[in-house]
Design a protein around this ligand. Sequence first.
Ligand code: URP
Ligand code: ZN
Ligand code: ZN
Length: 453
Amino acid sequence: MTLLVKGGWLVHEDRVEKGDLLIEGEKISAVGPELKAGGAEVLDAAGKYVLPGVIDAHVHYQMPIGDLLTADDFYTGTRSAACGGVTTVIDYAEPCGPGESLRAAIDRRLAEAQGQIAVDLALHLVLFPGQEEDKESLKEAVEQGLVSFKVFTTYDQRMSYEAIGRCLLRAEEVGALVTVHAEDHDIVTAARRELTEAGLTSPRYHGRSRPAEAEVVAVGRIVEMARSLGARAYFVHVSSGEAAGLIASARAQGLEVYGETCPHYLLLTEEEYATERAALSLMCPPLRKRTDNFRLWEALSRETFQVVATDHCSYTPAQKAAGTAFFNTPAGIPGTETLLPLIYSYGVRDGWLTLPQMVRVLAGNPARLFGLYPRKGCLQPGSDADVVVFNPRREVTLEGENLHSAAGYTPFAGFKVRGYPDATILRGRLVYYQGRFLGEKGQGRFIPGRTRK
Ligand code: URP
Ligand code: ZN
Ligand code: ZN
Protein backbone atom coordinates (compact mmCIF):
# COMPACT_ATOMS: atom_id res chain seq x y z
CA MET A 1 0.00 0.00 0.00
CA THR A 2 1.17 3.53 -0.80
CA LEU A 3 0.25 6.41 1.50
CA LEU A 4 1.07 10.08 1.01
CA VAL A 5 1.05 12.20 4.19
CA LYS A 6 0.52 15.56 2.54
CA GLY A 7 1.37 19.14 3.41
CA GLY A 8 2.26 18.86 7.11
CA TRP A 9 5.03 20.40 9.18
CA LEU A 10 7.64 17.64 9.31
CA VAL A 11 9.42 17.73 12.66
CA HIS A 12 12.95 16.36 12.55
CA GLU A 13 15.56 16.39 15.33
CA ASP A 14 17.20 19.51 13.93
CA ARG A 15 14.51 21.38 12.02
CA VAL A 16 10.86 21.79 11.14
CA GLU A 17 9.97 22.01 7.47
CA LYS A 18 6.82 21.90 5.42
CA GLY A 19 6.60 18.83 3.22
CA ASP A 20 5.20 15.45 2.30
CA LEU A 21 6.03 11.95 3.36
CA LEU A 22 5.62 9.04 0.99
CA ILE A 23 5.11 5.62 2.53
CA GLU A 24 5.42 2.47 0.46
CA GLY A 25 4.64 -0.74 2.26
CA GLU A 26 6.21 -0.58 5.72
CA LYS A 27 8.86 2.01 4.92
CA ILE A 28 9.20 5.70 4.30
CA SER A 29 10.26 5.96 0.68
CA ALA A 30 10.55 9.73 0.18
CA VAL A 31 10.47 12.96 2.19
CA GLY A 32 10.21 16.35 0.54
CA PRO A 33 8.08 19.15 -0.85
CA GLU A 34 5.20 18.46 -3.25
CA LEU A 35 5.81 14.74 -3.70
CA LYS A 36 3.80 13.14 -6.52
CA ALA A 37 2.41 9.66 -6.06
CA GLY A 38 -0.32 8.65 -8.50
CA GLY A 39 -2.75 6.22 -6.94
CA ALA A 40 -1.51 6.71 -3.39
CA GLU A 41 -4.00 7.13 -0.60
CA VAL A 42 -3.64 10.68 0.75
CA LEU A 43 -3.68 11.70 4.41
CA ASP A 44 -4.08 15.46 4.60
CA ALA A 45 -1.72 16.85 7.25
CA ALA A 46 -2.14 20.56 6.47
CA GLY A 47 -1.74 22.60 9.64
CA LYS A 48 -0.55 19.53 11.59
CA TYR A 49 2.83 18.36 12.80
CA VAL A 50 4.20 15.15 11.35
CA LEU A 51 6.43 13.43 13.89
CA PRO A 52 8.38 10.19 14.01
CA GLY A 53 6.47 7.58 16.03
CA VAL A 54 7.18 8.07 19.73
CA ILE A 55 9.29 5.49 21.58
CA ASP A 56 8.35 4.88 25.21
CA ALA A 57 11.65 3.47 26.43
CA HIS A 58 10.37 2.34 29.84
CA VAL A 59 7.20 0.26 30.24
CA HIS A 60 6.12 -2.77 32.27
CA TYR A 61 3.26 -4.83 30.85
CA GLN A 62 2.01 -8.06 32.34
CA MET A 63 4.49 -7.74 35.15
CA PRO A 64 4.14 -9.97 38.20
CA ILE A 65 4.69 -8.46 41.64
CA GLY A 66 4.06 -11.17 44.22
CA ASP A 67 0.61 -12.57 43.43
CA LEU A 68 -0.38 -9.50 41.47
CA LEU A 69 -0.11 -8.78 37.76
CA THR A 70 -0.14 -5.27 36.31
CA ALA A 71 -3.50 -4.23 34.86
CA ASP A 72 -2.14 -3.84 31.33
CA ASP A 73 -1.09 -6.91 29.44
CA PHE A 74 0.87 -6.68 26.20
CA TYR A 75 -2.31 -6.07 24.20
CA THR A 76 -4.05 -3.39 26.29
CA GLY A 77 -0.74 -1.67 27.04
CA THR A 78 0.29 -1.43 23.40
CA ARG A 79 -3.23 -0.49 22.28
CA SER A 80 -3.08 2.41 24.68
CA ALA A 81 0.39 3.27 23.31
CA ALA A 82 -0.89 3.40 19.72
CA CYS A 83 -3.68 5.78 20.80
CA GLY A 84 -1.06 8.16 22.19
CA GLY A 85 1.22 8.24 19.14
CA VAL A 86 3.65 5.67 20.56
CA THR A 87 4.75 3.11 17.96
CA THR A 88 7.56 1.38 19.87
CA VAL A 89 7.71 0.45 23.53
CA ILE A 90 10.67 -0.98 25.41
CA ASP A 91 9.68 -3.45 28.12
CA TYR A 92 11.80 -5.82 30.18
CA ALA A 93 12.82 -9.45 30.09
CA GLU A 94 13.31 -10.32 33.74
CA PRO A 95 14.49 -13.65 35.11
CA CYS A 96 12.11 -15.14 37.70
CA GLY A 97 15.09 -15.05 40.05
CA PRO A 98 18.85 -15.55 40.01
CA GLY A 99 18.23 -19.23 39.07
CA GLU A 100 16.53 -18.64 35.72
CA SER A 101 18.93 -18.36 32.78
CA LEU A 102 18.94 -15.15 30.81
CA ARG A 103 18.12 -17.10 27.66
CA ALA A 104 15.07 -18.68 29.30
CA ALA A 105 13.87 -15.31 30.63
CA ILE A 106 14.17 -13.70 27.20
CA ASP A 107 12.43 -16.56 25.40
CA ARG A 108 9.64 -16.54 27.98
CA ARG A 109 9.10 -12.79 27.62
CA LEU A 110 9.12 -12.95 23.83
CA ALA A 111 6.56 -15.76 23.96
CA GLU A 112 4.31 -13.63 26.24
CA ALA A 113 4.40 -10.74 23.78
CA GLN A 114 4.05 -12.87 20.67
CA GLY A 115 0.64 -12.46 19.03
CA GLN A 116 -0.40 -9.83 21.60
CA ILE A 117 1.40 -6.58 20.85
CA ALA A 118 -0.27 -3.86 18.82
CA VAL A 119 2.86 -1.71 18.38
CA ASP A 120 6.52 -2.67 18.04
CA LEU A 121 8.48 -3.88 21.02
CA ALA A 122 12.11 -3.95 22.11
CA LEU A 123 13.35 -5.35 25.42
CA HIS A 124 15.83 -4.39 28.11
CA LEU A 125 17.32 -7.26 30.14
CA VAL A 126 17.04 -7.22 33.96
CA LEU A 127 20.05 -8.74 35.70
CA PHE A 128 20.08 -10.35 39.13
CA PRO A 129 23.25 -10.34 41.25
CA GLY A 130 25.73 -12.83 39.84
CA GLN A 131 24.33 -12.73 36.32
CA GLU A 132 26.72 -9.90 35.46
CA GLU A 133 29.52 -12.49 35.67
CA ASP A 134 28.10 -14.66 32.90
CA LYS A 135 29.71 -12.98 29.92
CA GLU A 136 28.68 -15.67 27.44
CA SER A 137 24.98 -15.28 28.32
CA LEU A 138 25.25 -11.48 28.20
CA LYS A 139 26.83 -11.72 24.76
CA GLU A 140 24.11 -14.07 23.61
CA ALA A 141 21.44 -11.67 24.91
CA VAL A 142 23.02 -8.83 22.93
CA GLU A 143 23.04 -11.04 19.84
CA GLN A 144 19.31 -11.62 20.41
CA GLY A 145 18.79 -7.86 20.35
CA LEU A 146 18.71 -6.99 24.07
CA VAL A 147 21.38 -4.31 24.03
CA SER A 148 20.60 -2.65 27.38
CA PHE A 149 20.75 -4.20 30.82
CA LYS A 150 18.79 -3.07 33.87
CA VAL A 151 20.08 -3.18 37.41
CA PHE A 152 18.57 -2.06 40.70
CA THR A 153 20.21 -0.60 43.77
CA THR A 154 17.09 -1.43 45.80
CA TYR A 155 14.21 -4.00 45.83
CA ASP A 156 14.77 -7.75 46.16
CA GLN A 157 16.74 -7.95 42.92
CA ARG A 158 19.19 -5.25 44.07
CA MET A 159 22.86 -5.46 43.23
CA SER A 160 25.65 -4.13 45.39
CA TYR A 161 27.48 -1.09 44.06
CA GLU A 162 30.53 -3.32 43.51
CA ALA A 163 28.50 -5.73 41.39
CA ILE A 164 27.07 -2.82 39.42
CA GLY A 165 30.65 -1.74 38.75
CA ARG A 166 31.41 -5.18 37.31
CA CYS A 167 28.23 -4.96 35.31
CA LEU A 168 29.24 -1.60 33.80
CA LEU A 169 32.50 -3.17 32.63
CA ARG A 170 30.92 -6.35 31.26
CA ALA A 171 28.33 -4.30 29.43
CA GLU A 172 31.08 -2.29 27.76
CA GLU A 173 32.74 -5.53 26.69
CA VAL A 174 29.60 -6.79 24.97
CA GLY A 175 28.49 -3.39 23.66
CA ALA A 176 25.47 -2.94 25.92
CA LEU A 177 24.30 0.04 27.98
CA VAL A 178 23.52 -0.39 31.69
CA THR A 179 20.34 1.30 32.86
CA VAL A 180 19.99 1.84 36.60
CA HIS A 181 17.11 2.21 39.03
CA ALA A 182 19.01 4.37 41.50
CA GLU A 183 17.71 4.60 45.08
CA ASP A 184 20.14 3.77 47.86
CA HIS A 185 18.75 0.73 49.66
CA ASP A 186 20.17 1.55 53.09
CA ILE A 187 18.57 5.00 53.07
CA VAL A 188 15.23 3.62 51.91
CA THR A 189 15.36 0.87 54.54
CA ALA A 190 16.18 3.31 57.35
CA ALA A 191 13.38 5.71 56.34
CA ARG A 192 10.89 2.88 56.13
CA ARG A 193 11.89 1.52 59.53
CA GLU A 194 11.55 4.92 61.16
CA LEU A 195 8.08 5.47 59.72
CA THR A 196 6.93 1.96 60.54
CA GLU A 197 8.12 2.27 64.13
CA ALA A 198 6.18 5.53 64.42
CA GLY A 199 3.07 3.83 63.00
CA LEU A 200 3.09 6.10 59.94
CA THR A 201 2.49 3.51 57.24
CA SER A 202 -0.41 4.75 55.11
CA PRO A 203 0.27 5.59 51.44
CA ARG A 204 0.35 9.27 52.42
CA TYR A 205 3.84 8.61 53.87
CA HIS A 206 5.18 7.11 50.65
CA GLY A 207 7.22 10.22 49.76
CA ARG A 208 8.92 10.25 53.15
CA SER A 209 9.68 6.53 52.87
CA ARG A 210 11.92 7.04 49.82
CA PRO A 211 13.57 10.46 50.25
CA ALA A 212 15.33 12.24 47.39
CA GLU A 213 18.57 11.72 49.28
CA ALA A 214 18.34 7.99 48.43
CA GLU A 215 18.34 8.82 44.72
CA VAL A 216 21.09 11.41 45.06
CA VAL A 217 23.40 9.01 46.92
CA ALA A 218 22.86 6.15 44.45
CA VAL A 219 23.26 8.36 41.37
CA GLY A 220 26.41 9.90 42.91
CA ARG A 221 27.97 6.48 43.64
CA ILE A 222 27.31 5.20 40.15
CA VAL A 223 28.49 8.37 38.44
CA GLU A 224 31.78 8.00 40.33
CA MET A 225 32.02 4.38 39.24
CA ALA A 226 31.33 5.31 35.62
CA ARG A 227 34.08 7.89 35.91
CA SER A 228 36.69 5.56 37.38
CA LEU A 229 35.86 2.69 35.01
CA GLY A 230 35.44 4.82 31.89
CA ALA A 231 32.02 3.23 31.40
CA ARG A 232 28.61 4.48 30.32
CA ALA A 233 25.50 4.48 32.53
CA TYR A 234 21.86 5.48 32.01
CA PHE A 235 19.65 6.49 34.93
CA VAL A 236 15.97 5.61 34.61
CA HIS A 237 13.12 7.66 36.06
CA VAL A 238 15.14 10.47 37.68
CA SER A 239 12.83 12.25 40.10
CA SER A 240 14.87 14.90 41.90
CA GLY A 241 16.46 18.16 40.85
CA GLU A 242 19.56 17.32 42.84
CA ALA A 243 20.16 14.02 41.02
CA ALA A 244 19.64 15.86 37.73
CA GLY A 245 22.37 18.27 38.86
CA LEU A 246 24.79 15.36 39.41
CA ILE A 247 24.12 14.04 35.92
CA ALA A 248 24.54 17.54 34.46
CA SER A 249 27.95 18.05 36.07
CA ALA A 250 29.13 14.55 35.10
CA ARG A 251 28.17 15.23 31.49
CA ALA A 252 29.85 18.64 31.59
CA GLN A 253 33.02 16.78 32.57
CA GLY A 254 32.69 14.54 29.53
CA LEU A 255 31.28 11.40 31.16
CA GLU A 256 28.93 9.29 29.08
CA VAL A 257 26.11 9.24 31.56
CA TYR A 258 22.55 9.58 30.43
CA GLY A 259 19.30 10.42 32.15
CA GLU A 260 15.63 9.72 31.71
CA THR A 261 12.80 11.46 33.49
CA CYS A 262 9.05 10.94 33.31
CA PRO A 263 5.99 13.20 32.89
CA HIS A 264 4.89 12.57 36.49
CA TYR A 265 8.16 13.91 37.90
CA LEU A 266 7.81 16.97 35.67
CA LEU A 267 4.17 17.69 36.42
CA LEU A 268 2.98 16.16 39.70
CA THR A 269 4.16 16.78 43.25
CA GLU A 270 4.26 15.03 46.61
CA GLU A 271 1.13 16.98 47.49
CA GLU A 272 -0.73 14.11 45.78
CA TYR A 273 0.18 11.98 48.80
CA ALA A 274 -1.81 14.27 51.10
CA THR A 275 -5.00 13.58 49.13
CA GLU A 276 -7.32 10.62 48.69
CA ARG A 277 -5.42 9.95 45.44
CA ALA A 278 -2.25 8.96 47.34
CA ALA A 279 -2.27 5.30 46.26
CA LEU A 280 -3.14 6.20 42.66
CA SER A 281 0.02 8.33 42.46
CA LEU A 282 2.24 5.90 44.31
CA MET A 283 5.32 4.90 42.33
CA CYS A 284 9.05 4.51 43.00
CA PRO A 285 10.83 6.81 43.28
CA PRO A 286 8.02 8.98 44.69
CA LEU A 287 6.81 12.37 43.50
CA ARG A 288 8.85 15.31 44.79
CA LYS A 289 8.41 19.05 45.28
CA ARG A 290 7.30 21.76 42.85
CA THR A 291 10.91 23.03 42.81
CA ASP A 292 12.00 19.59 41.57
CA ASN A 293 9.48 19.88 38.71
CA PHE A 294 11.14 23.10 37.60
CA ARG A 295 14.67 21.79 37.99
CA LEU A 296 13.77 18.73 35.94
CA TRP A 297 12.21 20.84 33.16
CA GLU A 298 15.32 22.96 33.18
CA ALA A 299 17.53 19.86 32.96
CA LEU A 300 15.42 18.59 30.08
CA SER A 301 15.64 21.86 28.21
CA ARG A 302 19.45 21.86 28.66
CA GLU A 303 19.59 18.26 27.45
CA THR A 304 20.94 16.86 30.69
CA PHE A 305 18.22 14.27 30.12
CA GLN A 306 18.18 12.52 26.78
CA VAL A 307 14.89 10.70 27.20
CA VAL A 308 11.41 11.21 28.58
CA ALA A 309 9.74 7.84 29.14
CA THR A 310 6.79 6.90 31.31
CA ASP A 311 7.66 3.87 33.47
CA HIS A 312 4.12 2.76 32.60
CA CYS A 313 3.29 0.15 35.25
CA SER A 314 -0.46 0.18 35.67
CA TYR A 315 -2.79 -1.06 38.35
CA THR A 316 -6.51 -0.51 38.64
CA PRO A 317 -7.88 1.59 41.51
CA ALA A 318 -9.17 -1.67 43.04
CA GLN A 319 -5.69 -3.23 42.92
CA LYS A 320 -4.27 -0.07 44.46
CA ALA A 321 -6.95 0.02 47.16
CA ALA A 322 -6.05 -3.50 48.30
CA GLY A 323 -2.82 -2.02 49.70
CA THR A 324 -3.02 -0.94 53.32
CA ALA A 325 0.39 0.73 53.63
CA PHE A 326 2.96 2.46 51.43
CA PHE A 327 5.03 -0.75 51.41
CA ASN A 328 2.26 -3.09 50.22
CA THR A 329 0.42 -0.80 47.79
CA PRO A 330 1.41 -1.81 44.26
CA ALA A 331 3.83 0.82 42.97
CA GLY A 332 3.42 2.23 39.49
CA ILE A 333 1.09 4.29 37.32
CA PRO A 334 -0.18 4.28 33.72
CA GLY A 335 1.40 6.86 31.41
CA THR A 336 2.26 5.87 27.84
CA GLU A 337 -0.87 7.22 26.16
CA THR A 338 -0.52 10.67 27.71
CA LEU A 339 3.25 11.03 27.16
CA LEU A 340 3.21 12.96 23.89
CA PRO A 341 0.24 15.26 24.64
CA LEU A 342 1.69 16.19 28.05
CA ILE A 343 5.22 16.84 26.80
CA TYR A 344 3.89 18.89 23.90
CA SER A 345 1.44 20.92 26.01
CA TYR A 346 3.58 21.54 29.08
CA GLY A 347 7.01 21.22 27.46
CA VAL A 348 6.76 22.78 24.00
CA ARG A 349 3.82 25.13 24.50
CA ASP A 350 5.14 26.32 27.85
CA GLY A 351 8.51 27.09 26.29
CA TRP A 352 10.78 24.50 27.91
CA LEU A 353 11.40 22.58 24.69
CA THR A 354 11.48 23.28 20.98
CA LEU A 355 9.65 20.89 18.66
CA PRO A 356 12.94 19.32 17.46
CA GLN A 357 14.01 18.88 21.10
CA MET A 358 10.73 17.10 21.80
CA VAL A 359 11.40 14.76 18.87
CA ARG A 360 14.90 14.12 20.19
CA VAL A 361 13.77 13.13 23.71
CA LEU A 362 10.73 11.13 22.58
CA ALA A 363 12.11 9.44 19.47
CA GLY A 364 15.64 10.09 18.17
CA ASN A 365 17.59 9.72 21.42
CA PRO A 366 15.87 6.58 22.73
CA ALA A 367 16.24 5.03 19.27
CA ARG A 368 19.98 5.75 19.26
CA LEU A 369 20.64 4.78 22.89
CA PHE A 370 18.81 1.48 22.57
CA GLY A 371 20.07 0.44 19.14
CA LEU A 372 16.93 1.05 17.11
CA TYR A 373 18.14 4.00 15.00
CA PRO A 374 17.66 4.70 12.08
CA ARG A 375 15.03 2.00 11.68
CA LYS A 376 13.06 3.88 14.36
CA GLY A 377 13.16 7.43 15.68
CA CYS A 378 13.31 9.50 12.50
CA LEU A 379 11.50 10.48 9.32
CA GLN A 380 14.00 9.30 6.72
CA PRO A 381 13.73 7.29 3.53
CA GLY A 382 14.39 3.66 4.44
CA SER A 383 13.14 4.00 8.03
CA ASP A 384 10.06 2.18 9.28
CA ALA A 385 7.00 4.25 8.47
CA ASP A 386 6.13 4.97 12.10
CA VAL A 387 4.51 8.37 12.00
CA VAL A 388 2.26 10.58 14.12
CA VAL A 389 0.04 13.26 12.62
CA PHE A 390 -0.26 15.62 15.55
CA ASN A 391 -2.96 18.25 15.75
CA PRO A 392 -1.67 21.25 17.76
CA ARG A 393 -5.18 22.69 18.09
CA ARG A 394 -7.00 19.66 19.46
CA GLU A 395 -7.95 20.32 23.09
CA VAL A 396 -8.55 17.46 25.48
CA THR A 397 -9.10 17.25 29.21
CA LEU A 398 -7.44 14.03 30.28
CA GLU A 399 -9.73 11.53 31.98
CA GLY A 400 -9.09 7.84 32.62
CA GLU A 401 -12.30 6.69 30.98
CA ASN A 402 -11.31 8.27 27.65
CA LEU A 403 -7.95 6.51 27.58
CA HIS A 404 -7.26 2.93 26.55
CA SER A 405 -5.20 1.48 29.41
CA ALA A 406 -6.79 -1.24 31.52
CA ALA A 407 -5.87 0.87 34.56
CA GLY A 408 -9.10 2.81 33.99
CA TYR A 409 -7.66 5.98 35.48
CA THR A 410 -4.90 8.49 34.86
CA PRO A 411 -2.92 10.33 37.54
CA PHE A 412 -3.21 13.33 35.18
CA ALA A 413 -7.02 13.46 35.37
CA GLY A 414 -8.21 17.01 34.80
CA PHE A 415 -5.01 18.13 33.04
CA LYS A 416 -5.91 20.14 29.98
CA VAL A 417 -3.77 19.46 26.95
CA ARG A 418 -3.76 21.49 23.77
CA GLY A 419 -2.31 19.29 21.05
CA TYR A 420 -3.17 15.62 20.56
CA PRO A 421 -2.39 12.92 18.01
CA ASP A 422 -4.89 12.78 15.14
CA ALA A 423 -3.37 9.69 13.58
CA THR A 424 -0.77 7.05 14.39
CA ILE A 425 0.82 5.03 11.62
CA LEU A 426 2.74 1.86 12.46
CA ARG A 427 4.96 0.57 9.65
CA GLY A 428 2.63 2.08 7.07
CA ARG A 429 -0.68 1.02 8.69
CA LEU A 430 -3.10 3.46 10.24
CA VAL A 431 -3.56 2.14 13.78
CA TYR A 432 -5.24 5.14 15.42
CA TYR A 433 -7.39 7.89 14.00
CA GLN A 434 -9.15 10.66 15.91
CA GLY A 435 -10.00 8.82 19.08
CA ARG A 436 -10.38 5.32 17.62
CA PHE A 437 -7.97 2.42 17.81
CA LEU A 438 -7.86 0.84 14.35
CA GLY A 439 -5.02 -1.59 14.89
CA GLU A 440 -4.93 -5.26 15.71
CA LYS A 441 -3.60 -7.49 18.41
CA GLY A 442 -0.46 -9.17 17.15
CA GLN A 443 0.47 -6.61 14.48
CA GLY A 444 3.45 -5.41 16.54
CA ARG A 445 6.88 -6.96 16.09
CA PHE A 446 9.89 -7.55 18.26
CA ILE A 447 12.60 -5.18 17.05
CA PRO A 448 16.05 -6.36 18.05
CA GLY A 449 18.40 -3.60 19.15
CA ARG A 450 21.81 -3.35 17.54
CA THR A 451 24.96 -2.54 19.46
CA ARG A 452 27.28 0.22 18.39
CA LYS A 453 30.15 -2.32 18.18
O1 URP B 1 6.92 2.21 40.87
C1 URP B 1 7.44 1.82 39.84
N1 URP B 1 8.26 2.61 39.19
N2 URP B 1 7.18 0.61 39.38
C2 URP B 1 7.78 -0.01 38.27
C3 URP B 1 9.08 -0.65 38.59
C4 URP B 1 10.23 0.32 38.58
O2 URP B 1 10.84 0.53 39.61
O3 URP B 1 10.54 0.88 37.53
ZN1 ZN C 1 12.49 1.52 38.62
ZN1 ZN D 1 10.16 0.85 35.70
